[in-house]
Design a protein around this ligand. Structure first.
Ligand code: SME
Length: 151
């Protein structure tokens, strides 16, 4: 049953992406991710502009103060530099972590790449400790791959 939700969400996102002309594609994808998984408490997309990550569409209870993050800083900047997914099971134990919300316990950052160059990333915060498992990782990497041609 749990796995069905990943499948259904993937299908919803595929449908959004076929409506190629919408300028709101990224926002719609963020909204679907946020609404599909209770443990996804803040979902955002950062976009690479030069050597800075700039906040794009997001959905959650609060806005983040980290609207611009230099590549290399925080978990987001680290993933942007390495091009690899970062999963943080306990944000209080990760010295790279830039705090946004007091309720956050774990985080996943998935780079969006075009020809091996990071052009953006999906950042998700959860109020649940160690919320992101291998299924989330693989699922979000697939979504990131589907998004690269829409950035
Ligand atoms: N926690 C991130 C910053 C972005 S907020 O979670 C929205 C980081 O450490 O880079």
């Amino acid at each position: 049953m749990i796995f069905l939700n990943y499948k259904i969400t993937e299908q919803k996102i595929k449908e959004i992406l076929t409506k190629n002309k919408s300028t709101k594609i990224l926002q719609n994808v963020v909204d679907v991710l946020y609404e599909s998984f209770e443990k996804y408490n803040w979902v955002g997309i950062y976009l690479v502009k030069g050597d800075i990550l700039v906040i794009g569409p997001w959905k959650g209870k609060q806005a983040t103060e980290h609207t611009k993050i230099p590549i290399g800083n925080g978990v987001c900047g680290y993933a942007a530099r390495s091009g690899k997914t970062e999963v943080v099971d306990d944000v209080s134990k990760d010295s790279r972590y830039l705090s946004c919300f007091l309720s956050t316990r774990s985080e996943i950052v998935v780079p969006i790449k075009k020809k091996n160059t990071v052009i953006g990333e999906i950042d998700i915060d959860s109020d649940v400790p160690a919320a992101f498992n291998k299924t989330d990782e693989k699922f979000l990497e697939k979504i990131a791959d589907m998004l690269h041609q829409h950035i």
